[in-house]
Design a protein around this ligand. Structure first.
Ligand code: SF4
Length: 54
C-alpha cells in the first residue's frame, strides 16, 4: 500500500511551510545496516518508519 491522498496533501502543506518532510531524518533505522530501502535517506512515506529516541 502506498501513500494515501491525504498523506500527500499533508506533505505538500509541510513542504510549503519549509518543514523537513523526510522521515529518515528522525527514523531509528536510518543507518546503513538497519535500513535497506532505496528510499533512504529521503523517504517521505515509509511503512517501516519508527521514531528515534525513546
Ligand atoms: S525505515 Fe523508512 S523512514 Fe526509516 S530510514 Fe529506512 S526508508 Fe527511512
Amino acid at each position: 500500500m502506498g501513500p494515501s491522498l491525504w498523506h500527500r496533501f499533508k506533505l505538500r502543506l509541510k513542504k510549503a511551510q519549509g518543514k523537513n518532510i523526510f522521515l529518515c531524518d528522525s527514523c531509528k533505522w536510518d543507518w546503513r545496516s538497519a535500513c535497506h530501502r532505496p528510499e533512504r535517506p529521503n523517504a517521505t512515506w515509509c511503512p517501516d518508519y519508527e521514531k528515534r529516541g525513546k
